[in-house]
Design a protein around this ligand. Structure first.
Ligand code: FES
Ligand code: FE2
Length: 329
């Protein structure tokens, strides 16, 4: 799965990078993140001397010290100290990545991205924002599809998200897309038959599931008064079978996520995440027994081909011709 070096990629919650360095993976490339003054630095996690993991070292005055011979590198990746050397330090370097922190999320880019990174769908509005990190054995396409797929919720999340009642509602699904994005808009499901919605939500006007390059899956739940709740997941193929994600939970101030409700919501959200993690892991491990078998793209898998196209750098098929479906949810 490719990742464009010129795009910002969310890689960590900034609060998880404290006094010690942290190693993350970006399409298989190990990166060390550490605090240097007010910024967060990102370098290839490999000391150029004997290739030791810099992330196993420590931070001294905003520089990272290799645990083997103590060479130090600053936020720009320049070697500043070679312990024991009497003369000037030769100009050794570790490749570095651009970083920016936006609302508590660390983004990195290998190239030169233009502008600010996109964080979530309610930027600039008065909202409550909660962040979570997760890691799943899967592929980016499978994980994004899972987040945006409504039809697994009756089973994988029975009771919690849907499936509390056997009754299904006739729902209209409008699928549209453009360069780098695709979305499905669901109307006609006035109430979602799951614990979370029953406890916390009023009437539903529409639900939108959207995928954006380079790996962002977002859900928006709209009520009569506007956006009631949204989740934006920044996914990345950390390694061949590992998808890491930063999830943003967004609710308007005074709304769902506020006050007491967020206390009830967060644990339930974590349970739902764990249920998805389990089913995706199981599918990934099982699929390895049939390496030649292609999965069926069924009539309700509205977004799959578009997500695959976007990840391959192509225009999603629905960009040419938006589609409408009627399903029972
Ligand atoms: S391996 Fe890093 S200082 Fe020698
Ligand atoms: Fe799910």
């Amino acid at each position: 799965m490719s990742y464009s070096p010129d795009e910002w990629q969310a890689v960590a919650i900034a609060a998880t990078i404290g006094k010690t360095p942290r190693r993350i993976l970006l399409s298989g490339l190990p990166i060390v993140l550490f605090r240097s003054g007010t910024e967060i630095a990102a370098l290839h996690d490999r000391c150029p001397h004997r290739h030791v993991e810099l992330s196993k070292g420590k931070i001294e005055n905003g520089e990272i010290e290799c645990p083997y011979h103590g060479w130090r590198f600053n936020a720009a990746g320049v070697c500043t100290v070679v312990p024991g050397l009497a003369g000037a330090v030769p100009g050794y370097r570790v490749p570095r990545l651009r970083t920016v922190v936006k609302d508590g999320v660390v983004f990195v880019a290998r190239g030169e991205p233009e502008g600010e990174p996109y964080l979530h769908c309610a930027e600039g509005q008065k909202i409550i924002l909660k962040l979570v990190e997760s890691s799943t054995r899967s592929t980016l396409v499978d994980t994004a599809e899972n987040i945006l797929d409504a039809t697994h919720t009756h089973f994988t999340h029975k009771g919690l998200l849907r499936g509390l009642s056997n009754e299904r509602q006739r729902v209209r699904v409008d699928v549209s897309g453009g360069p780098g994005w695709v979305e499905a808009c669901y109307t006609g499901e006035e109430r979602q038959h799951g614990l979370i919605s029953r406890l916390l939500e009023g009437d539903r006007v529409k639900t939108i599931g959207r995928f954006r390059a380079p790996g962002i899956a977002e859900l928006e739940y709209w009520g009569p008064k506007g956006l009631a709740l949204a989740t934006t997941f920044h996914l990345r193929q950390a390694a061949e079978n590992q998808v890491d994600g930063i999830g943003c939970l967004i609710g308007p101030r005074g709304g769902l996520l506020d006050h007491l409700k967020s206390l009830a919501f967060r644990p339930m959200f974590r349970i739902a995440l764990e249920q998805d993690r389990r089913v995706l892991t199981s599918a990934s491990l099982n699929a390895a027994h049939w390496p030649e078998a292609a999965p069926i793209v069924g009539p309700l898998d509205f977004l799959r081909r578009s997500i695959e196209a976007i990840m391959a750098g192509a225009l999603p098929p629905v960009a040419e011709k938006p589609e409408t479906f009627y399903i029972e949810l």
